[in-house]
Design a protein around this ligand. Structure first.
Ligand code: GDP
Length: 469
């Protein structure tokens, strides 16, 4: 039969079908996803532990580890080769510390795990804030050697500060890896002692829930790779799960109400990729994002198109859901992406973009303050991936723990107080939401000098105030 393309007898025009409205494709990947932030005092062994875990999980190939081993021996830091998996840039290697939040992926039996390695040094706490903001769970690494746990745990130590921070940022599930157990001969007594002290502190700051079900303790050796990926190695007295099994069994509560909200994704990084072109990375905080969808970039009010979505490092998907850590390839015919996109901006729904203002009311809890907060105090506001100068422009009231007003217009706020204050951003309006509506865009931290002064939630958005300057 002659091919239909040459036939001239066809008279019926093909019916005009309306473009179908596409339902978002189903998520075919049944593994659940979890974002984990690594916290703990400097030198507790965070990078070594995570590097070794990635290696055991097959996320890094042997050649790379051998290369690192050789290089680290050459500069006389031979035990650092696992840590280098996490510490990628040259400066960090030389100094042997982690400066930025490194992102890595591996799988457990039932989960895709994204780990965010947060730096332990005091100067890097702002970075750690951005890491913890995205986390479902925190792994607190403790160096169990004599004196080491104690120095991180004393007043002002990073173990304490990090726990207070993750608590304030809404991360309430903690896995405590009691590390370097090889150095204390796997002493059960030492393990129990550290556990008792930490439990007490976590109860104090309201991190431990009533059933103690949100905190798990696992004895490990990051360097020797014991009790990380499998249970072989720990002594008789420990009959609990290995580190990976705790992560695997952990229930991630995805807030389904966030799924139906308009898309919000905070940009943590912008770069040019060979395969996906201009690309932004970050976590979908609310809603769903699909390939082909136009998105609004706040606060610059630009529109781009989603060209590609990559999940878990190399998995191309059509749709990303609330909670996913993704990389998004973007295109725009209207503006030059490379010079316009920046970390801290928010990808959002074109019809329902995120509000922007430079003035809002927040309910704050102050930490250990060196100097009290007063009207006019200069602060650094941290929210999502943003970090901007601001002032406390009004002191509305102080409150007790039941949130009843104790005093209106207080003159000073000392440590451990709860108060409502007005905050004015100095330079530009920022993207911000009420805590009750979008939790992750309504939570913030205030830093003064080099210290975290307060954590708070946004209770009221005010109209933009024109700068007098
Ligand atoms: P970070 O600052 O918390 O990332 O710590 P690193 O991973 O850089 O480790 C600090 C030091 O502790 C390095 O010298 C590591 O080799 C060492 N270390 C880390 N984990 C262990 C462990 O399980 N056992 C022993 N003996 N040493 C460890």
């Amino acid at each position: 039969t002659p091919s239909s393309t040459t036939s001239t007898t066809t008279t019926t025009a093909p019916p005009i079908t309306p473009t179908p409205v596409k339902a978002p494709p189903q998520d075919t990947d049944t593994m659940s996803r979890i974002n984990v932030v690594i916290i703990g005092h400097v030198d507790a062994g965070k990078s070594t532990l995570m590097g070794h875990l990635l290696y055991q999980s097959g996320a890094i190939d042997d050649k790379l580890i051998h290369k690192y081993k050789k290089e680290s021996q050459q500069i006389g830091k031979s035990s650092f080769h696992y840590a280098w998996v996490m510490d990628q840039n040259e400066e960090e290697r030389q100094r042997g510390i982690t400066m930025d939040v490194g992102v890595k992926h591996f799988d457990t039996t039932n989960k895709h795990v994204t780990i965010l390695d947060a730096p332990g040094h005091r100067d890097f706490i702002p970075k750690m804030i951005t890491g913890a903001v995205q986390a479902d769970m925190a792994i607190l690494v403790i160096g169990s050697c004599t004196g080491e746990f104690e120095s991180g745990f004393k007043e002002g130590g990073q173990t304490r500060e990090h726990l207070i921070l993750v608590r304030s940022l809404g991360v309430s599930n903690i896995l405590v890896a009691i590390n370097k157990m090889d150095q204390v001969e796997w002493s059960q007594e030492r393990f129990q002692d550290i556990r008792t002290q930490l439990n007490q502190f976590m109860k104090q700051i309201g991190l431990l829930n009533e059933k103690n079900a949100n905190v798990h303790y696992v004895p490990v050796s990051g360097l020797q790779g014991i009790n990380l990926r499998s249970r072989n190695g720990p002594p008789e007295w420990y009959q609990g799960p290995c580190l990976c099994d705790v992560i695997d069994e952990f229930q991630v509560d995805r807030d389904d109400s966030e799924l139906t909200k308009p898309i919000r994704m905070s940009i943590s990084d912008v770069y040019k990729s060979m395969s996906t072109g201009m690309t932004v990375s970050g976590k979908v905080e609310a809603g769903t994002l699909s390939v082909g969808q136009p998105v609004h970039v706040a606060p610059i009010k630009a529109t781009c198109n989603v060209k590609s979505i990559t999940r878990n490092g190399n998995n191309q998907v059509q749709v990303a859901y609330n909670g996913d850590n993704i990389e998004v390839g973007l295109t725009s015919s209207a503006f030059e992406l490379e010079s316009t996109l920046m970390s801290g901006q928010i990808l959002c729904d074109i019809d329902r973009p995120i509000p922007c203002t430079n003035r809002f009311l927040g309910r704050i809890i102050t930490f250990d303050l060196d100097i009290p907060i007063t009207n006019g105090s200069s602060v650094q506001l941290h929210m999502q991936h943003m970090d901007v100068p601001a002032v406390v422009s009004k002191m509305v009231c102080t409150m007790n723990r039941q949130l009843e007003v104790i005093k209106k217009k207080p003159r000073v706020l000392v440590k451990n107080s709860c108060a409502i204050v007005e905050i004015t951003i100095i330079d530009h309006p920022i993207c911000i939401e009420l805590y009750n509506e979008f939790k992750s865009f309504g939570r913030f931290m205030l830093r003064m000098g080099n210290k975290t002064a307060a954590a708070g939630v946004v209770t009221e958005l005010k109209r933009i105030k024109k700068n007098k300057k």
